[in-house]
Write a protein that binds this ligand. Sequence first.
Ligand code: SAM
Ligand code: SF4
Length: 338
Amino acid sequence: MGQLRMTQLIDSFGRVHRDLRVSLTDRCSLRCTYCMPHDFNTWLPSQDLLTSDELIMVIDVATENGITEVRLTGGEPLLRPDIVEIIGRIKTLPNAPELSLTTNGLQLTRYAKAMFDAGLTRVNVSLDTLRAETFVKMTYRDRIADVFNGLDAAKAAGLAPIKINTVLMRGLNDKEAPALLEWALREGFYLRFIEQMPLDAGGIWNRSTMVTSDEIQASLQPFYSLTAIGARGSAPAEEFLINGGPHKVGIIASVSQPFCGACDRLRLTSDGQIRSCLFSKDETDLRKILRDPSHSTASLRVEIAKRFSHTVAAKLAGHGINDPAFIQPPRPMSAIGG
Ligand code: SAM
Ligand code: SF4
């Protein structure tokens, strides 16, 4: 039974923040070109990553202050050897949040069942192509078979729904949208296309080559009739009924149709920084206070709560990708936590 939540995290535009994306590590087993440079190797020192005790303390305080949904992400969250323990501890918090996890799927054969047993019920798996050669071109690793095996393991473990995240890149996989949707429908997965955002830290993002939501819809329409469902609330994906329903496809059009006005998300980086937006220029440090021995548990909890509310209070109206003065964040997506 959850405790009564007394507080909410409300910003100066009246947006109530309920969703916390928690990055468990900046490291990854793939090198998706839209996420990080393929030769990227400036990882955080392992002592800078929050420990499971520190993570649980932060999530406990966040859920006491209005966070109701937690998504574990990275980097690749299944590279954390304590992933199952972290899930189990989150699910037994007094205000246990809705919990989900986004993974590249490579290690689901190893962890899907244990994570389900620890209390995870659903999962998002990122897959951009059904073709082995394209997978190698997009991720610099020859591991598509591990993703398919991982998806089978997720199904067998009972994780549901299984959502698939797909980023389309022009000249690589942009012609695959109908085939990916046909595959997802056949497998019983919910497919969501994500517009490529300027988060690769290497400057490969280019507005003129980015595949837009309009183009994705146009490429699906010869094969499927799409009916916009509307009223997406704070959910990032615009949803469409396929051939009148009941199955759906989603498109997350963060660049061409920003949804900042309804944003309810905060992020915790793996080194303990709170960000109010993927594109924030500022971060609020929790790691330093978490490791300050002069704090009692009670004073630490007060400080963490204060830092969450100050970060939310300072949140800007929008991500500003479409402003002429926009500058890409220096950290890649893998380091911020997607
Ligand atoms: N490694 C895990 C994975 O790939 O699912 C979790 C972390 S990853 C950063 C989370 C999501 O962000 C993935 O679905 C990925 O496709 C997406 N992503 C990464 N870089 C992106 C970018 N530049 N634009 C849009 N989506 C991006
Ligand atoms: Fe790794 Fe996920 Fe980024 Fe791909 S999108 S490089 S799998 S963190």
